[in-house]
Ligand binder design. Structure first.
Ligand SMILES: [Zn+2]
Length: 178
């Protein structure tokens, strides 16, 4: 309980300093997303991972996709990470946090991220690679969809892009379901 209260206070304090986040931060955060994605793959899940960090570099939550084990098509890594982060911080608003995700968010995850108040997203592999790996989604480019939102979303692609692409292509859908 004490730990949660302290984190809420620090999160509020950190909300205004996202400009201090640099490429090194994003790569470290993506490494965490990749690591949890690999853990998911070892448990038979689809190869996607996400991490939520405060802009001061403190990790709030990491999660992998659990759509297979949960028989839940909405159990994407980003959705799971947002739920875990909100639980951890004891609030629904993740303003000031960053989302690092191994693949460009689908429309559902992009919308959930925006609704959670997150305005900064770093992703690794883009939607073209996601489709190539057999995880088609709805064919909507997240960066284009974000432009339609009433809020500004800062999206940075190709963060550890080669590693994220390799993860997807190593775990193509058709090979795993064979
Ligand atoms: Zn998604």
């Amino acid at each position: 309980m004490v730990r949660l209260k302290e984190q809420k206070h620090m999160s509020d304090k950190a909300a205004g300093i996202s400009q201090t986040v640099n490429d090194w931060n994003l790569k470290q955060w993506m490494k965490a997303a990749l690591a949890i994605a690999e853990e998911g793959v070892r448990h038979g899940e689809n190869p996607f991972g996400a991490a939520i960090y405060r802009s001061d570099g403190e990790q709030v939550a990491v999660a992998h996709n659990t759509a297979r084990s949960a028989n839940n098509p909405s159990a994407h890594a980003e959705i799971n990470a947002i739920a875990a982060a909100c639980k951890q911080l004891g609030k629904r608003d993740l303003s000031g946090c960053w989302l690092a995700t191994t693949a460009e968010p689908c429309p559902m995850c992009l919308s959930a991220t925006a609704l959670a108040g997150i305005r900064h997203i770093a992703f690794g592999a883009n939607q073209v690679v996601v489709s190539e790996a057999g995880y088609g989604g709805l064919g909507i480019n997240g960066r284009e969809l974000a432009k339609l939102f009433s809020c500004d979303i800062d999206m940075r692609g190709s963060v550890l892009g080669n590693d994220c692409i390799a993860l997807l292509l190593r775990n193509r859908k058709r090979e795993r379901s064979a």
